[in-house]
Ligand binder design. Structure first.
Ligand code: KIV
Length: 280
């Protein structure tokens, strides 16, 4: 599989639907690459999936860098998008440059994702000018869940939809190469997708976007809670629990390990060994 680049992603618009999934570790990175996904997002959703928190706000830049490095190393041919965590870019352009620069230098990821609209335009312009591709993220922006009153669908009023469309254009003009639309009515996402020249990636924004993204744990049935917009393609938690239960049973019944799982010792070595210890 040839290494995917930003050009493959941008040129897919109106030609091919883009696929994206989150990954956070060796296992998820290798599985996603083996499946030939277009893009991997090392999302700050790792605060929930890997750290067991209720939101993404406590994830630090160092923690992100730790996970991004592992994913980039284990999915070398997939286009990797790395989330900038909460408060790693909001303070100033300098802060955004320094922290996105660390992600670029230290991890191998070749793009970052930032949540927000008008409020972060200077940061997006500065990063793209410095050669760091930025994926935007509008609609439900989980890092701002406290301001939004929780994890709620956005742009469900005419005013909200118009503001979203305007912000999408601003992000495109600022230099974003693609845009995640999260928890947005599908009709609004369709209008935005048709009017923008950059690809839109839906996370609960319907089928008219240029691509889709889901969280690895949600779509594979590994999460305790899955948002309404997620399709669960496998029940891996259930299967893993069953497998471990069988393992426990087989240990207790001594049906595991079998001969094929055990090592042998040559008869003459065995005799020598037994004779030695019997004489002692
Ligand atoms: O952090 C994440 O996984 C995300 C996606 C849900 C879009 O931002």
């Amino acid at each position: 599989m040839a290494k995917k680049t930003i050009l493959n992603i941008m040129e897919a618009k109106n030609k091919k639907k883009l696929s994206m999934i989150t990954a956070y570790d060796v296992t998820s990175a290798k599985i996603a690459e083996r499946a030939e996904i277009d893009m991997i997002l090392v999302g700050d959703s790792l605060g929930m999936t890997m750290q067991g928190n209720n939101d993404t706000n406590s994830v630090t830049l160092d923690e992100m860098i730790y996970h991004i490095k592992i994913v980039a190393k284990n999915a070398p041919n997939t286009f990797i998008v790395a989330d900038m965590p909460f408060m790693s870019y909001e303070i100033s352009v300098e802060q955004a440059l320094e922290n996105a620069g660390r992600i670029f230098r230290e991890t191998g990821a070749r793009s970052v994702k930032m949540e927000g609209g008008k409020n972060i335009l200077p940061q997006i312009k500065a990063l793209t000018n410095a050669g760091i591709p930025v994926m935007g993220h509008l609609g439900l922006t989980p890092q701002r869940a406290a301001m939004l009153g929780g994890f709620k669908a956005q742009a469900r009023t005419a005013k909200g939809a118009k503001e979203l469309l305007e912000e999408a254009f601003l992000l495109q003009e600022a230099g974003c190469f693609a845009l995640v639309l999260e928890a947005v009515p599908y009709k609004v996402a369709e209008v935005i997708t048709k009017r923008l020249s950059i690809p839109t990636i839906s996370c609960g924004a319907g089928k008219y976007c240029d691509g889709q993204v889901l969280v690895f744990h949600d779509m594979l049935g590994l999460s305790d809670f899955t948002p309404r917009f997620v399709k669960v393609y496998a029940n891996l938690a259930e299967q893993a629990t069953q497998a471990i239960k069988t393992y426990i049973q087989e240990i207790e019944q001594v049906t595991f390990p079998e001969e094929k799982h055990s090592f042998t010792i040559a008869d003459e070595e065995w005799e020598k060994f037994i004779n030695t210890i019997d004489k002692e």
